[in-house]
Ligand binder design. Structure first.
Ligand SMILES: NC(=O)c1ccc[n+]([C@@H]2O[C@H](COP(=O)([O-])OP(=O)(O)OC[C@H]3O[C@@H](n4cnc5c(N)ncnc54)[C@H](O)[C@@H]3O)[C@@H](O)[C@H]2O)c1
Ligand SMILES: [Zn+2]
Length: 298
């Protein structure tokens, strides 16, 4: 089966189409589904495999940078629902993940740039050598193999310790994603939908600012993060939004527990603060700060 990639793949009608094919093939639980593609394909493909006849094994072959360092790892599968990202899904680990860096040679430039943001996020989480290694890099080229592998390992380690996000340890991987998902979702119907990584870059800047405001992240490190993103032209003006719409989308965030949003914040590269409870008004301040600094439609 071939499917056109992109975020629009992660919908219920597309899932239905895949299930229909599995029905036609009479796919049974003794067989294995192979998924070859970017994060969108792995997300929906893993979800369809995990729910078909209560779960058939699948093997993931990630072909984009995001998929190789992030989406193929950790067993989160799912689709979008209404305006919310990844609202329907299940945890399901692939039988195996096969990575071939050669796939990245044909990746469009914008997709490569989008993928580098997740590499940067993993470097922020891990600190140390990986953080040093990403400082001078060009986001126009695929990462060298050792860097690619180290960035993926950051996620592997965290997921092994907290596979189902029960200990809040895994929350840290959502760095930049609470607000990032908002911009990704709000930009979808516009002329220039943001790619996942592009939206996460904006979310990272805003959540780093929040980490600073909440007294965790020193000003110099905030500046360091912003400079890295600015230099590579990630911090673009926000898409048009109303705060009411933002609140509605944020109220569906999967990190909400009993009505409270738990946000992973940062103390510095390699030093994550415990997930902190924040009110929506606090998030609004970060959005306001960003808009004043980098622009955005009213
Ligand atoms: N499950 C997770 O843990 C997890 C983690 C991170 C991201 N994600 C999800 O992943 C999605 C983004 O993934 P993505 O950035 O890979 O985007 P994508 O899967 O939408 O792929 C982007 C585009 O690149 C094309 N493409 C993929 N590999 C290619 C290659 N080697 N050569 C040429 N073109 C290629 C695709 O066909 C598509 O058009 C988002 O929906 C995001 O929510 C999931
Ligand atoms: Zn992501």
């Amino acid at each position: 089966m071939t499917l056109e990639g992109g975020e629009t793949l992660k919908t219920l009608p597309k899932a239905r189409w895949i299930w229909k094919k599995l029905y036609q093939y009479a796919l049974d639980r003794g067989q294995v589904i192979g998924l070859i593609g970017g994060g969108s394909l792995l997300d929906i493909g893993g979800f369809c495999a995990a729910t078909w006849k209560r779960g058939v094994p699948f093997i993931s072959v990630p072909t984009s940078l995001i998929a190789q360092v992030d989406a193929s790892i950790g067993g989160k599968t799912g689709i979008n629902f209404r305006r919310g990202k990844n609202l329907i899904g299940v945890f399901a680990q692939p039988h195996a993940i096969w990575v071939w860096p050669g796939f990245l040679e044909s990746l469009p430039r914008s997709e490569l740039r989008s993928g580098w943001v997740e590499v940067f996020k993993h470097a922020l989480i891990a600190g140390g050598n990986l953080w040093e290694a990403v400082q001078p890099i060009s986001v126009e080229k695929p990462p060298p193999l050792p860097l690619l592998s180290e960035a993926a390992t950051v996620k592997v380690r965290i997921v092994q310790e907290d596979p189902l996000e029960e200990k809040r340890l895994r929350f840290v991987l959502n760095l930049g994603h609470t607000l990032g998902h908002l911009w990704e979702s709000l930009s979808q119907p516009t002329k220039r939908p943001l790619l996942h990584g592009e939206a996460v870059a904006i979310g990272l800047a805003q959540e780093a600012y929040l980490s600073h405001r909440q007294g965790y992240l020193p000003e110099a490190t905030l500046q360091n993060i912003l400079t890295w993103l600015e230099k590579r032209q990630y911090l673009t003006p926000l898409p048009a939004f109303s705060w009411e719409k933002c609140e509605k989308l944020l109220s569906q965030d999967k990190k909400i527990r009993s009505g409270r949003l738990l946000l992973p914040l940062l103390r510095g590269p390699g030093e994550v603060a415990p997930a902190v409870e924040v009110g929506l008004q606090t998030l609004k301040k970060a959005v306001h700060w960003y808009r004043q600094r980098y622009g955005g439609a009213d």
